[in-house]
Design a protein around this ligand. Structure first.
Ligand code: MTE
Length: 359
């Protein structure tokens, strides 16, 4: 991993990178130049004047729409949503053993955007989804290579989710046209679900009675806890990921920092699963023995992280700060990474532990 201007970069091409958010009430939305980027292939360069969106499959009226037509026919919708990569906090699993071929993301693999575009539900209704429809597949224009095949990154979501008002076909991020790195000219944004379902450089929507057969739906982004000894990286027998899990992260102080003894201000973010509300964030100054409630600093709404802060009084020495959140269904995060370990290291939402030195 390299660092440039505060950006943690996980590959030589610089297509997989993120930043530590600034935890301040006025900063819930991540500036575009600090936003997470996660891409499995080179960015495709798309001419917006010839680009078309195709809607087909189990629909009464297949559609082919230009950007101008989409903008003219459908109302503009907005949603503020946090995008979380399924691999976020994978680096903590490395304490249990290697995860060969996987990017060692830390908490930087999450960002919050103000997205605007048209609602997927408006487009689906215009196409007349038929009764047999259960899933909606998205295909991007990039060319990923896996096992000797080249294909566009793809994913699918359940029809019920697809009809939710929050799911957008976004053309803008933070009131500006999407940068190429984030899917220009159009991407899907599926608030509350793992980032991999928010397909960038969207060209095709296919309504179907079955989930997508695309590699990234069928073979990757699945939680599988048993290793397939014939092919240790194969997780096709696992469960396809949907909602992001309830999570909480300590952003400051950073791990292994030296801070003065006395009152130490701890800040971070928390996010409920699939749009659930976080009703409590607790901080432990001593590796989970005692807990105190954190204060809410800010939130951007149903689909975003909330920022929190807490003050702890610390004597000189080494201390492990720990955070955990509870959501409105009463769910609390699991305590250890061993409880959530899986073959590809997805969805780590164990209590986040940060050791610091107090002088
Ligand atoms: N869409 C395409 N076409 N290609 C990709 O590689 N990566 C997915 C998703 N959509 C991806 C994609 C993953 S894994 C994530 S986490 C998000 O895009 C990241 O979106 P961002 O780069 O805009 O932050």
């Amino acid at each position: 991993m390299t660092t440039s201007n505060g950006r943690l970069i996980h590959d030589v091409e610089g297509r997989n990178s993120g930043t530590r958010p600034v935890i301040e009430a006025s900063q819930v939305i991540t500036p575009v130049d600090q936003f997470l980027t996660r891409s499995h292939a080179a960015y495709p360069i798309i001419d917006p004047s010839t680009w078309r969106l195709h809607v087909q499959g189990l629909v009464e009226r297949p559609l082919e729409l230009s950007l101008a037509e989409l903008g003219a026919v459908f109302p503009t919708r907005r949603v503020t949503a946090t995008l979380v990569c399924a691999g976020m906090r994978r680096n903590e699993f490395l304490s249990l053993g290697p995860l060969t071929g996987e990017l060692p993301w830390g908490p930087e693999a999450a960002s919050t955007g103000l997205w605007s575009g048209v609602a997927l539900s408006d487009v689906l209704r215009a196409s007349g989804v038929t009764e047999r429809a259960r899933h909606v597949e998205f295909i991007g224009r990039d060319e990923v290579e896996r096992h000797g095949h080249r294909f566009g990154f793809g994913a699918s979501i359940d029809l019920d989710k697809a009809l939710g008002a929050e799911v957008l076909l976004a053309t803008d991020l933070n009131e500006e046209p999407l940068p190429v790195s984030h899917g220009f000219p159009m991407r899907v944004v599926v608030p509350g679900w793992i980032g991999a379902r928010s397909v960038k450089w969207l060209t095709d929507i296919v309504v179907s009675d079955a989930a997508s057969e695309n590699y990234f739906q069928r073979k990757a982004y699945r939680v599988q806890r048993e290793v397939n000894s014939d092919d240790p990286r194969d997780v096709s027998a696992g469960v396809a990921m949907r909602d992001v899990p309830l999570n909480a992260v300590i952003v400051e102080p950073q791990a292994d920092r030296v801070v003065p003894a006395g009152t130490v201000r701890v800040r971070g973010w928390a996010l409920g699963s699939g749009g659930r509300r976080v009703i409590g964030v607790e901080l432990s100054p001593n590796d989970g023995q005692d807990w105190l409630p954190a204060r809410s600093l800010a939130t951007g709404g149903t689909w975003t992280w909330m920022f929190w802060e807490a003050d702890v009084v610390l004597q000189p020495g080494r201390h492990t700060l720990v955070v955990r959140a509870t959501d409105d269904s009463g769910t609390v995060q699991p305590a250890t990474v061993a409880e959530v370990w899986n073959v590809k290291g997805y969805g780590n939402n164990a209590w986040h532990r940060v050791p610091i030195n107090v002088e």
